[in-house]
Design a protein. Structure first.
Length: 175
């Protein structure tokens, strides 16, 4: 009988990829001042589940990926509150944007770390997380996300400040 761990790993990885893809769509929309409600729901849900399922793997000590998940789980509720409770009113719109970009960055950070460790060609270049190539890669990812975050806040401001609601799945301006 096959072990459940490979299936659980596949489930976790698929959730992570789904969250990252949906997050990129959401961030693209934020940069353009448009919210895609279904994509936002998929992004937030998949990101929450990705971080939670990361603790389902056997581990003897707290790993860096766990620390990233803890940080993501600590800030993710603010995105849910901003969107579903506060309806993006006032500063909650900026909170939503910042948290969305941050948790997407954290997921991509872990993805890059996993790729650099587990893809043989990349592992040769970055045999350990303390190598310059690993640090440079993560620094480039951070710079990319800082730029995307700024673009999201600018796109967000360009659309005005009044929060609106629409049916789930409808692309609509933030204003």
């Amino acid at each position: 009988m096959p072990s459940a761990l490979p299936l659980f790993t596949l489930f976790h990885v698929m959730l992570s990829i789904l969250g990252i893809v949906a997050g990129l769509v959401v961030v693209g929309g934020l940069m353009a001042g448009v919210r895609f409600d279904r994509w936002v729901a998929v992004f937030l849900g998949a990101t929450l589940l990705t971080n939670a399922t990361g603790f389902g793997f056997p581990f003897a000590q707290l790993l860096p990926s766990h620390m990233v998940a803890i940080l993501s789980l600590a800030v993710l509720p603010f995105a849910f509150i901003a969107l579903y409770s506060k309806h993006l009113e006032g500063r909650w719109r900026q909170v939503f944007v910042v948290v969305s970009v941050l948790v997407l960055y954290l997921n991509v950070f872990v993805l890059m770390a996993q790729l650099l460790q587990k893809v043989p060609l990349l592992a040769v270049l970055t045999p350990a997380p303390d190598t310059p190539a690993f640090a440079l890669t993560q620094l480039l990812v951070l710079a990319l996300f800082v730029g995307m975050g700024r673009a999201c806040l600018q796109g967000f401001r360009a659309q005005g400040t009044a929060a609106t609601r629409s049916p789930v799945g409808v692309a609509r301006p933030f204003a």
